[in-house]
Design a protein around this ligand. Structure first.
Ligand code: XIL
Length: 627
């Protein structure tokens, strides 16, 4: 009885986890299926399987392991692994322990050795089954789990280093720490964090589990809350000792950072820079780690496994003859490491977010400053990206002196500005947004200093002046709220048509694409097509799709559909040449300061991890490339 109570006291917090987890509904498209007859299964485990609709050709496999009292289906429903599988095309196996405690066996002698007769052997049978049945990639099999599932992750990596490439253990204990012959399977000493060994001793326990193994050991990601009172925090340090020793590394981190508030992440890399062990300590967190949103720990695990690296959107876009661009601001570049990383890897077109605007490039009359813009262009060149110039004539972010000029001096000032800026970059840019936002919402011309001084003629004049200094760049007019057919896009259409008829040098129309969740106009494709029919290129120049905060899974799923809808309407028209998203990730987006209460508008999140919108676009580009 005493034993039973002890076990239970360890489980109560886990029951709490179970209830919170169950409230989340997975946004998964395919369904969970039970598999029987998967092979050797000495402890009568159950197997559930999640195969996403868009499964990869040789899919990776993630074994997702529940906490005590849980089950595979409960873990499926309560964690985002299935929706991550939808995004990245891997298969998830959800084993269930069927013994009374619904804990995995992480303590018996049979559990702690290669080819023993307990749960690990049954789980490996499940992996082998999936490898055979779905031609899964045996080089990309991973284990992850929470609590009992985290302990099992440690056990699997120890017993079967040839099966698992990496693991991610959320609130677990080292391999063999729970070893006991007590029939309850519960090891109080270990749970309470009272077992301490040297790295060598911990490492020897792992090496003894599969003495014949000589290959590359799996990588390990470890998570623990400092206030864990179920499997106490010292276990985290013991796990680090164990897995760094197994990897042949010292316990001194090769890097330390803090990807989210209250997180301390230490990494242990080998001399080739390969991170063999990564350990995230969560200050103030209890045993109930939020594996699901909002912190999205699960996405970090999937990233650690290398399953979300994904092919760059730009590479996918290129296969469809399009580009995929971003807007860069110097304030973030260099200082913000993940921003810079994503900026370098995902895009093949760059728009300076602010650096080419009039207030920066000609702050006082005749005083030009191309320094910031030059830096953005240099960054683009380094990455072999092309550049869209943005923007020459605009009422906003305009140097104040311009609006104080007498009307009869505006034309000369405008032409001089355009000539100086286009000449400075002549031959180097893919395109220029020559005039930005010329229209009001009702399709009348916006009353800007330029319009007020020159009437509609300022537009043709600006285009001609730009062409005179740069014969190469494609010259665009750019505006927002012209995505679908309506008064404003009609006005742009009529303007473009009359400019073309008068042989004014106009090459394209930029549709900014600052959209609201769930409001992609159904006429977007037809609208793009009518501009193209004028003999113009069309580009989506500033795409973002904002939502009312907070973020939910349902909103992210809607956003993925919205991004896909925008991309589909571009891909449907040959002369829609590419898309540019406005910013890199939700952290640097212009939306939160400009639209209070709204945000999360980009395909990469606050931590610069890809969101469902990224995956939706990647899939669509891929489909288009194979058409
Ligand atoms: C935004 C920038 O992203 C912000 O940093 C700046 O404070 C304001 O302007 N339409 C445009 C872009 O054409 O230039 C704007 O960029 C967003 C709306």
């Amino acid at each position: 009885m005493r034993i039973a109570r002890r076990v239970l006291s360890g489980l109560i917090p886990l029951l709490l986890v179970a209830t919170t987890l169950l409230t989340g509904t997975p946004a998964s498209a395919a369904s969970l299926v039970q598999v029987t007859g998967f092979g050797y299964n000495p402890t009568n485990l159950e197997m559930h399987l999640y195969v996403p609709q868009q499964v990869a050709r040789r899919p990776a496999v993630v074994v997702a392991l529940h906490y005590c009292t849980g089950s595979g289906p409960v873990f499926f429903a309560g964690t985002p692994f299935a929706s991550l599988a939808d995004q990245f095309g891997f298969i998830v196996i959800y084993p269930s322990a069927t013994r009374d405690s619904h804990c995995f066996d992480v303590s018996s002698p049979e559990a702690l050795k290669h080819d023993g007769h307990s749960d690990p052997a049954g789980i490996v049978s499940m992996v082998r089954y999936v490898e055979r049945r779905f031609h899964a990639d045996s080089d990309r099999v991973f284990a992850t789990g929470l609590s009992s599932g985290a302990m099992m992750t440690n056990v699997l990596l120890g017993d079967y280093p040839e099966v698992f490439r990496a693991g991610s253990a959320f609130a677990g204990v080292p391999f063999a720490c729970f070893a006991t012959t007590d029939p309850s399977g519960w090891n109080n000493q270990c749970a309470n964090g009272l077992i301490s060994k040297t790295p060598r001793e911990w490492g020897d326990l792992v090496r003894a589990a599969d003495p014949g193994f000589r290959g590359q050991r799996p990588r390990m990601q470890l998570w623990h809350g400092t206030e864990d009172t179920t499997l106490h925090y010292p276990n985290f340090g013991e796990e680090i000792k164990q897995w760094t020793n197994v990897a042949g590394l010292s316990q001194t981190p090769t890097s330390t950072d803090s990807p989210q508030p209250n997180w301390t992440r230490t990494r242990y890399a080998d001399r080739f820079g390969r991170v063999a062990v990564e350990a995230i300590s969560l200050a103030g967190a209890t045993h109930n780690l939020p594996v699901f949103t909002p912190n999205n720990l699960a996405a970090y695990a999937i990233q650690f496994f290398g399953l979300s690296d994904g092919v760059p959107l730009s590479r996918l876009a290129e296969r469809t003859g399009r580009y995929y661009g971003n807007a860069i601001v110097l304030e973030e570049l260099g200082g913000n490491a993940p921003y810079t990383e994503v900026a370098k890897s995902q895009f093949d077109m760059v728009t300076p977010g602010n650096a080419m605007k009039w207030e920066t490039t000609e702050p006082s009359q005749g005083v030009f400053n191309f320094g910031p813009a030059d830096q953005v262009v240099a960054f683009a060149k380094q990455n072999r990206d092309r550049v869209r110039g943005h923007t020459l004539v605009w009422h906003s972010q305009l140097a104040p002196w311009v609006s104080t000029l007498p009307a009869d001096q505006l034309r000369a000032a405008m032409e001089r500005h355009i000539t100086a800026e286009t000449a400075h970059y002549a031959g180097q840019l893919y395109a220029w947004d020559v005039v930005n936002e010329p229209f009001n919402e009702d399709g009348t011309f916006r009353q800007t200093p330029f319009f007020n001084a020159m009437g509609t003629d300022y537009i043709a004049d600006a285009l001609r002046t730009a062409r005179a200094a740069d014969h190469k760049a494609k010259l665009y007019l750019n505006d927002f709220n012209i995505e679908g057919i309506g008064a404003k896009s009609d006005a742009m259409y009529n303007l473009a048509k009359s400019l073309k008829a008068r042989h004014v040098p106009l090459d394209g129309v930029g549709i900014q694409g600052h959209l609201i969740l769930g409001q992609v106009p159904p006429t977007m494709r037809a609208n793009i097509a009518r501009f193209a029919a004028l003999g113009l290129d069309v580009a989506i120049t500033e795409l973002d799709i904002r939502m009312q905060l907070p973020v939910t899974d349902a909103k992210l799923a809607q956003q993925a559909d919205d991004y896909a809808a925008v991309l589909a309407s571009c891909l449907a028209v040959r002369r829609c040449v590419g898309l540019t998203q406005w910013g890199i990730g939700d952290r640097d987006s212009w939306i939160p300061p400009f639209f209070p209460g709204q945000g999360a508008a980009l395909p990469f999140d606050e931590s610069y991890l890809p969101k469902p919108a990224y995956a939706a676009m990647a899939r669509l580009f891929e489909q288009e490339a194979h058409r």
